[in-house]
Design a protein around this ligand. Structure first.
Ligand code: SF4
Length: 899
């Protein structure tokens, strides 16, 4: 057994500690770190599958210049030369860096230093702009600093937890596990505020399905209620804050009366009143907010409307209470700390003359950049209109994730110089890069990250770099040196950079700035290597911090927190006759961002085989959309094709699409392509969760499902969505012309040698072909005029077998699982690969009534627990069907099988 290495999960902002070790057979295992304060050994499905993503597939292995392989020396020299040439001709403002919350803090620090200190521009922005820029702006308006006051343990100490625009169950699953456990122990009340009914509602006492964009009105209404009910904290307001009366007056300009407010928000008045009373009467309240708040054109006001209610009640900085932003990315917080956002300088300092002069002295440069740079959406608009002539994109995929993604692609296509440094070489963005630089991936990288509760943890390497990959800090430093700044970038390793970052945080600080980790500035290399997670601030001579603001002192000039007068405004994206539905976008339980890593693990891809369009039954009926059919979603900006899932969890007039799929995984499923470039006026964060769209059925002539041992090119078809599967790859297909299916069969015949089995039913238009090599199934294609309801898990199981016997072959041609190989159905529990059909069968035969009983019978839900809400949903349906005497096959999702 190789020595275990403690590191951190590279996915969400919970920042769980993990332990990587090798078993006797040499395979890597990843488990939760029992000692890490974020998770105490817990993991979610994504973290638990990390070891399966340690594969070379898709990796960028060596530098490339204009499509040809190059050595590092030439690549670094070329990047430096072309950047310098651009700056010489067009000025420093003509170059930009677009960086990422996937970078480690040390990488981020060096990129920011090069751009703002040495190139002399602030055109560096991070994809965290898409994630939590509105929270940063809201924090700074209220507290004078970008400070998260609370700790994860507050979720366990609260009596009421309000989740606003946060599907914690899927997006921050370990925090959801901690909250669920606390609820079971102490009866924590939970309120979910979200237009959709999500899995987080599983533990909710109350779900307020408010209209999109209604959050400011809701929290203004709460502020008024607190005032009218005499539930304010007058001493705290008087002594520790300013601006309360103005905030109250602004709140009154909306619907002051609860009944009118409820109507405006689409809520039952009794539910609204219940929430107001719960909040007013519960001292220990934590309000968790996330992308549903941030990704809005009123995101900053939403943040401040929430904070206002906590300031008004003095519920901040104490046990079990406070506003709590949970970040999406693993190191969004680290990026905020170093100045990875275009409107921050470094170490939580801005662009005042004194701050610029201080940072310039620290970096030993004559001057740093003179002011704020272009924020993400503006940056790519500047690429499009030619103001930016060279852009270096690091560890992110803007061709998928930004608003108007098709326009972003066109801009990159026309840009004279696109440099990409990334561990993955197959991203949509990579296609537009003139120079591609291979960066190290998770397991190879070494540095630090900061999670949502300000805990800085080491991310340690336990694998050698693949191919010629190099750490991002190394690449940037080498380019900086080649541009003539070698002395300032002569780092020998990440510890050097971390010490400098820590020293800057303490430089002339004296308690005036929240971010101070001066105590870490003297860590030697060995101490840095061994560093345990610690929470900032960690001031020299003191212990690391706990929760902040408990003493009621904030980082404003006079130490008082600011109430911000927020006025409810309608969202700028509105429905019209042409585009009559509001689109909401978001994450799936088992996927991360654009699936470049989670898409590598077959057990993660099975939960959602393809992108689903979730739509209310009334809206589906009005458009002729049946559950399981394919639909086109479109507006003036773009088009998206997805499988329809009809669900009452979606309100009428609204639809939901996932944000994960890119051109690497599906024909047309880039959510960003449908999003207009509408941003919050304060933070510049785009409103990724709101666009007006229309939906219509896709006129498919045929549907297919293809499982194959090797990838098959199906990109010429109108619809395809492919994924890793046990035994190979699985693709969902559809074509607009019947002959396309025959052409595909011909192509497969030409590519696959060996035995072929056929089944055709001309009357039904059904075709099933299976290709074998040495007894092993190497491909199977099922075609039908209707969407196929074959069990994909069963197909995967057949493809994973060494050889198929006669019975298995017969069942394959019959198109349904046979005796000995029962259908398991779509995977519900990723950890133990337990399928929907298996669960339903166990419930019926064993008369199971709870997730615990299902767990005892099948293990489902007994590891990370992420599937428990779904288990409850299946139980509820089975119970209702049994009462109604209608128990029978049921489709939870269209890609379900049921055969
Ligand atoms: Fe990783 Fe899951 Fe923990 Fe997030 S909750 S850090 S994805 S294990």
């Amino acid at each position: 057994m190789t020595a275990a290495v403690r590191t951190t999960c590279p996915y969400c902002g919970v920042g769980c500690g993990v332990v990587a070790s090798r078993d006797e057979a040499g395979h890597w295992q990843v488990r939760g770190d029992e000692q890490h304060p974020a998770n105490f050994g817990r993991l979610c499905s994504k973290g638990a599958a990390l070891a399966e993503t340690l594969v070379p597939e898709g990796r960028l292995l060596f530098p490339e210049i204009d499509g040809r392989r190059a050595g590092w020396g030439e690549a670094v020299a070329t990047v430096a030369e072309r950047l310098k040439a651009t700056i010489d001709v067009h000025g420093a403002g003509s170059v930009a860096f677009y960086v990422s919350g996937q970078l480690l803090t040390e990488d981020y620090y060096v990129a920011n230093k090069l751009m703002k200190g040495f190139i002399g521009s602030s055109n560096i922005d991070t994809n965290s702009r898409l994630c939590m820029a509105s929270t940063v702006a809201g924090h700074k308006r209220a507290f004078g600093s970008d400070t998260v006051p609370g700790l994860y343990v507050d979720l366990e100490l609260a009596d009421l937890v309000v989740l606003v625009g946060s599907n914690l169950a899927w997006c921050h699953p370990v925090l959801f596990q901690r909250l669920r456990a606390a609820q079971e122990k102490r009866g924590t009340r939970v309120v979910v505020i979200d237009p959709r009914r999500t899995d987080s509602c599983d533990i909710a006492d109350l779900h307020l399905a408010l209209q999109p964009g209604g959050d400011v009105a809701l929290f203004n209404g709460l502020l008024l209620h607190l005032a009218e009910a005499g539930q304010l904290a007058p001493d705290f307001i008087r002594n520790k804050t300013r601006g309360f009366e103005e905030a109250l007056t602004a709140a009154r300009t909306g619907e002051a009366e609860a009944g009118a407010l409820a109507q405006k928000l689409g809520l039952a008045e009794a539910d609204l009143q219940k929430f107001f009373n719960l909040f007013a009467q519960t001292e220990r309240v934590v309000t968790v907010f996330s992308q549903g708040v941030n990704q809005s054109d009123t995101g900053t006001d939403k943040v401040n409307a929430i904070i206002n209610c906590h300031l008004a009640t003095g519920r901040i900085g104490r046990e079990g209470m406070g506003p709590f932003s949970v970040t999406g990315q693993p190191n969004a917080m680290g990026g905020r700390e170093v100045g990875g956002l275009a409107n921050q300088l470094a170490a939580h300092m801005g662009f005042s003359a004194a701050e610029r002069e201080r940072v310039a002295r620290f970096w030993a440069v004559p001057a740093v950049a003179g002011g704020e740079g272009l924020k993400a959406v503006e940056m790519f608009e500047a690429v499009a209109d030619g103001r930016i002539k060279a852009i270096w994109i690091m560890a992110t995929n803007p061709a998928v994730s930004l608003p108007q993604a098709d326009a972003v692609r066109a801009a990159l296509e026309a840009c004279p110089l696109v440099i990409l440094s990334d561990c993955i070489g197959t991203t949509d963005t990579g296609r537009y890069a003139h120079i591609r630089l291979p960066a190290t991936g998770w397991g190879e990288k070494d540095g630090t990250v900061t999670n949502s509760e300000r805990t800085i943890s080491r991310q340690r390497a336990f694998l050698p770099a693949l191919g010629e990959a190099r750490p991002d800090w190394w690449i940037i430093s080498r380019v900086a040196a080649a541009m003539g700044h070698g002395a300032a970038f002569a780092y020998q390793g990440p510890a050097d950079i971390f010490r400098e970052h820590a020293a800057l945080s303490a430089f002339e600080n004296d308690g005036t700035r929240d971010f101070d980790i001066g105590a870490a500035a003297d860590l030697d290399d060995a101490a840095y290597d061994k560093a345990q997670p610690f929470r900032w601030p960690w001031v020299a001579g003191s212990a690391p911090a706990g929760r902040l603001f408990g003493g009621g002192r904030f980082f404003t000039a006079d130490g008082r927190a600011n109430f911000v007068a927020t006025i409810s405004r309608p969202p700028r994206s509105r429905v019209s006759q042409e585009f009559s539905l509001l689109l909401n976008t978001g994450r799936y339980r088992d996927q991360w961002h654009t699936m470049t890593r989670t898409g590598l693990a077959a057990r993660l891809t099975a939960h959602r085989s393809e992108p689903l369009l979730e739509i209310n039954p009334a809206d589906a009926g009005a458009r002729g959309l049946a559950d399981g059919c394919l639909a086109e979603v479109e507006n003036a900006d773009g088009r998206y094709i997805a499988r329809v899932r009809v669900t009452a969890a979606q309100q009428a007039g609204q639809i939901f699409l996932p944000m994960h799929w890119s051109g690497a995984f599906a024909a047309r499923a880039v959510a960003g392509a449908l999003i207009p470039p509408v941003v919050d006026p304060v933070s510049g964060q785009p409103a990724l969760k709101l666009a007006a769209v229309e939906v219509k059925p896709l006129a498919a002539a045929w549907h297919g499902v293809l499982i194959s041992a090797a990838p098959v090119d199906v990109t010429e078809l109108a619809y395809w969505a492919r994924r890793r599967a046990r035994g190979g790859y699985l693709a969902e297909l559809a074509g607009l012309a019947a002959e396309e299916a025959e052409e595909l069969i011909t192509r497969l015949d030409a590519a696959l040698e060996g035995e072929r089995l056929d089944y055709r039913d001309p009357a039904r238009g059904t075709v099933r072909h299976a290709w074998f090599a040495g007894g092993r199934l190497v491909a199977a294609l099922f075609v039908s005029p209707q969407p196929l309801r074959v069990d994909r898990s069963w197909l995967e199981a057949l493809a994973a077998e060494e050889a198929l016997d006669g019975a298995a072959r017969a069942s394959l041609l019959a198109g349904r699982a046979g005796a000995g190989r029962p259908a398991t159905g779509r995977i519900v529990c990723s950890c133990f690969q337990v399928g929907f059909d298996s669960i339903v069968t166990a419930i019926r035969t064993g008369r199971l009534t709870s997730p615990a009983e299902i767990g005892a019978a099948l293990k489902a839900g007994t590891n990370c627990g992420s599937c428990i809400p779904e288990l409850k949903e299946i139980l509820a349906h089975e119970h209702a069907a049994s009462l109604a005497g209608t128990a029978g096959p049921r489709t939870v999702e269209p890609a379900d099988n049921a055969a």
